[in-house]
Design a protein around this ligand. Structure first.
Ligand code: IMP
Ligand code: MG
Length: 184
């Protein structure tokens, strides 16, 4: 059942709209500087990253084509397995491109680790990762993001694109979901 008031399901706010704005501005400025004169392309995996992608691209002041992928990661329950199947591939040719993967949240890192292997085979000039949220305590794969918005503790976050069962993506802030919501 859909909640009547999404905010009532939030235990704690992790990032306010104001903090999100400042974080995105900082990342956009840094990326614009680092990629000046390069062939930057932003790639994100649907759907969690769309909100961050939309904000980040407007905080970047150099040309940045964007592209999207849909992948499914086989896994049991809430844990991703890392075996990635491409459901919708990129439209763009990656040869010679400076690829920046835009992620909503880096958790175990399994999905990204196997996705990066696939993308590197397409001969981009460089591949880096920009993640809005990072849960380093949960990392299983040997993967670190080059740009991190905010490190967060090991709890289930929703909002700003992140969902639980497809709900809460449109909350304009990032919050921790009350365990009672998913323990029902
Ligand atoms: P992993 O890094 O392969 O474990 O999977 C990362 C993906 O799991 C993210 O892109 C999200 O879609 C999802 N995910 C991980 N942690 C959370 C969370 O706290 N809230 C919502 N989705 C999450
Ligand atoms: Mg995701």
């Amino acid at each position: 059942m859909r909640p009547e008031n999404m905010s009532n399901d939030i235990a704690e706010i992790l990032m306010t709209e104001e903090q999100i704005k400042e974080t995105v501005a900082r990342l956009g400025k840094q990326i614009s500087e680092d990629y000046a004169g390069k062939q930057l392309v932003l790639v994100s995996v649907l759907k969690g990253s769309v909100v961050f992608m939309a904000d980040l691209m407007r905080a970047i002041t150099i040309p940045c084509p964007i592209d999207f992928m849909v992948v499914s990661s086989y896994g049991s329950g809430t844990e991703s397995s890392g075996v990635v199947k491409i459901i919708k591939d990129l439209d763009m040719d990656l040869r010679g491109v400076d690829l920046l993967i835009v992620e909503d949240i880096l958790d175990t890192g399994r999905t990204l680790a196997s996705l990066i292997e696939i993308l590197k085979m397409r001969n981009p000039n460089s591949v880096k990762i920009c993640t809005f949220l990072d849960k380093p305590d949960r990392r299983v794969s040997d993967i670190t993001a080059d740009y991190v918005g905010q490190k967060i503790p090991d709890a289930f976050a929703v909002g700003y694109g992140l969902d639980y069962d497809e709900i809460y993506r449109n909350l304009p802030y990032v919050g921790i979901l009350k365990p009672s919501v998913y323990e029902k």
